[in-house]
Design a protein around this ligand. Structure first.
Ligand code: 5GP
Ligand code: ZN
Length: 115
């Protein structure tokens, strides 16, 4: 755990969130500043700074993050209306929190522009 990392502190339950899901590998919670009606972050418990820091041994975990997003989207009622999964990575993406996370966004038309 990285004491300076807000998501490590959320994983450790030192910071409260609106929890959506947790298992031994990942947690999912509502973004504190949602930009869509559904805005959930899916976060590995282990501190990995970004996609750049993933390696082959993380492949299963990343796959399960996507599959978890699919299940959460179903529970949120947005599976058929549609949603977007986003990993920000590095300065040009606007990544603020340096602990790997996937945004699950939906509940309104998100627009076609990605950048
Ligand atoms: P990034 O730009 O790094 O991809 O996104 C980080 C996200 O984390 C932002 O959307 C921001 O609102 C969210 N966030 C930052 N701090 C907290 C927090 O303490 N609690 C929750 N629930 N979300 C946070
Ligand atoms: Zn962390």
């Amino acid at each position: 755990m990285n004491q300076q990392c807000i998501f490590c502190r959320i994983v450790a339950r030192e910071v409260q969130t609106k929890l959506v899901f947790e298992d031994e590998e990942v947690i999912a919670f509502r973004d504190i500043s949602p930009v869509a009606p559904t805005h959930i972050l899916i976060v590995p418990r282990v501190h990995i700074a970004s996609v750049n820091d993933l390696d082959q041994s993380d492949a299963g975990m990343v796959g399960r993050m996507v599959l978890r997003a699919k299940e959460i989207a179903k529970e949120e009622g947005i599976a058929s209306s549609g949603y977007r999964l986003v990993f920000n990575n590095g300065p040009d993406s606007g990544q603020v929190v340096k602990h790997l996370h996937m945004h699950l966004l939906g509940g309104r038309p998100l627009g076609g522009k990605l950048g």
